[in-house]
Design a protein around this ligand. Structure first.
Ligand code: T3D
Length: 267
């Protein structure tokens, strides 16, 4: 691996992944997409890591696909054959989005600056999204003749409803972080100087919680969006049945009755 486009730091039980191509606003090359997926895979497999925090180096979170990446950029010389962007999605973005959405532990995004195109989709695919006041979200796809991808078409209408999702996706305008919070696109906005500490504190808090139940909560909510009410009730019962046999529930209930702090271990 020649270039370290993902900086990895361990802070106790929190694994911090920093998108690290600040000179190109952390735009994703194919190599970087592979490294991000591998970093998520490693965090999922590491039993000591109980929460992942993703942020960006420099002034951006991510400007989305690197439009100059020779692996995918349309050839500019006359007669150059166009590249199949669908193949890029199949090989890089779909595995990344699926990995992110099925992590066995919670994932927090600290959006430190602009999140555009697939950069916005990666941020919004995380479980809790915090953003700096100066950050913004841009569905940049329509500006270059594409549709939202990396989960954008699924995430946006579910987060903000069809009318606002279409407004964002069709116009591709910049949405300020405060407006993103007002529309429920993200969870919280923080002053720029407080973002990283607040995001780390939140990630540490999640890491101390029953992370298996948190991941199952995400799964149940994602599934419930596709189910009728009765089917959702049945899924809740099936997942609750599994969690009820798990260590964390025994520990959580015992700690409550003993009036002590629980020590959760499942994940
Ligand atoms: O292959 C495919 O396209 C399929 C995959 C699609 C998924 C997608 O993500 S499509 C959407 C791709 N992203 C964009 O279209 C966003 C492009 N970037 C921008 O619109 C602007 O850079 C921003 C609004 C994000 C920020 O604007 P600003 O004025 O703050 O910064 P800037 O000057 O435009 O950019 C700073 C540098 O980053 C600049 O390089 P330079 O001139 O200093 O050497 C710029 O070229 C570079 N950069 C920004 N975004 C990208 C990029 N380089 C490559 N790819 C980018 N996406």
């Amino acid at each position: 691996m020649s270039e370290h486009t993902i900086q990895i730091e361990q802070h106790g039980a929190v694994r911090l992944l920093r998108l690290n191509r600040p000179e190109a606003l952390n735009a994703f090359t194919t190599g970087m997409l592979g490294q991000l997926r591998q970093a998520l895979e490693a965090a999922a497999e590491d039993g000591a890591t109980r929460c992942v925090l993703i942020t960006g180096a420099g002034r951006a979170f991510s400007a989305g696909q690197d439009l100059a990446d020779p692996h995918v950029a349309p050839g500019r010389e006359p007669g150059a054959a166009p590249k199949d962007i669908g193949q890029l999605l199949e090989h890089y973005y779909i595995p990344l989005a699926l990995r992110l959405r099925s992590m066995p532990i919670p994932v927090v995004a600290a959006v430190n600056g602009v999140a555009a195109g697939a950069g916005a989709s990666v941020a919004l695919g995380c479980d809790l999204v915090l953003a700096a006041e100066s950050a913004s979200f841009i569905q940049a796809f329509s500006r270059i003749g594409l549709i939202p991808d990396c989960g954008g078409t699924w995430l946006l209408p579910r987060l903000v409803g069809r009318a606002k999702a279409l407004e964002m996706a069709l116009l591709g305008d910049k949405l300020k972080a405060v407006d993103a919070e007002r529309l429920s696109l993200i969870a919280r906005v923080l002053p720029d100087a407080e973002l990283q500490d607040a995001a780390m504190a939140l990630a540490q808090k999640l890491a101390g919680m029953p992370t298996r139940a948190l991941a199952e909560t995400r799964r149940a909510m994602d599934e419930a969006l596709k189910l009728d009410f009765e089917s959702a009730l049945k899924l809740e019962a099936a997942l609750q049945s599994q969690l009820g046999f798990a260590y964390d529930y025994q520990e959580g209930a015992a700690a409550f009755l003993d009036k002590r702090k629980p020590e959760f271990k499942d994940r």
